[in-house]
Design a protein. Sequence first.
Length: 97
Amino acid sequence: MPSRAGFAVRTTRGYWSLITAVKHPSLIGREGAVIRTLVAPDQVRLSRVDGSVYLFYRKHGKQYVCVVTRRIDANTGFIMTAYVTEKIKEGKVLWKK
């Protein structure tokens, strides 16, 4: 799917299962929120540590969903992880609503 940052983001069912079952079970059943965060985020930030890592944030209730992606080339990237957080991390703002 094309993201707000201009590149398509992908993941596999197996990796998404790892994220939701092991890393961040709070995202079970929230695939729609993750997709909305990629397509219509409130902010997109560039990681302070790695220039190929993009953090997409979208407010959902009192918290944000953050989807962390790695851009592979001009057109594609993949989900590294996703989680629910109460605040946005520092980093260069690439896009803001």
